[in-house]
Design a protein around this ligand. Sequence first.
Ligand code: GLN
Length: 229
Amino acid sequence: SNSSSDGDSYKVGIDVTYPPFEYQEDGEYKGIDIDLIHAIAEDQGFDIELEAMDFSGIIPAMEAGQLDIAIAGMSITDERKETVDFSEPYFEAGLSLVVAKGNTEVTSLEDLTEKTVVVKSGTTGADFAEDNKDEYGFDIVQVKDSPSMFQEVSNGSADALIEDYPVITYAIAQSDLELEVVGERLNGDHYGIAVLKGEYDELLAKINDGLANLKESGQYDEIINKYLE
Ligand code: GLN
């Protein structure tokens, strides 16, 4: 591994509404993704500059040339692969249906007829809701970030939300959110680090090499264990 920078600096899009992967605390960005991208950059000898934004703005900002890299708890999907290239997967996630604690009425997707489901714009949760709303007969409300989504369900404005399992279970465990996960995960997916498709083959190879080095050295596990037990 290589501790000096080669002088290249890359702009990295992040979503700081997404603990334990990305959040802001005491004016600093923290979380699994933040530590991972810093460790990869250090291992591979490049510099990074973090740019926080709404999740839905990240891929458009990459396409506009305003970002070089995205690490944002971003799920690897075939649709996104039309626009971005992903690193090797670095975390297993998947979507969960979530309701207010003690809600005995909604115990599965089948119970969502004429209910309101809140989702975060631009996410796989939003896509899942869009793909299933006709079959189950629910309405969708979109918000810009995860805390607003949690708020809509805990204050009763929406009946359910769809969020990544590791994110919602962490949020419930860490705060006094009156929410609970319903049933099994709705799908399975993995997070990947993204670069604009076809433009960054060398950088993507470095990201993958760095990730592999962190896994081999044990630093990857240290980062995960720092935030999750
Ligand atoms: N993993 C989900 C997605 O890729 C949500 C990401 C997020 O909200 N930061 O769409």
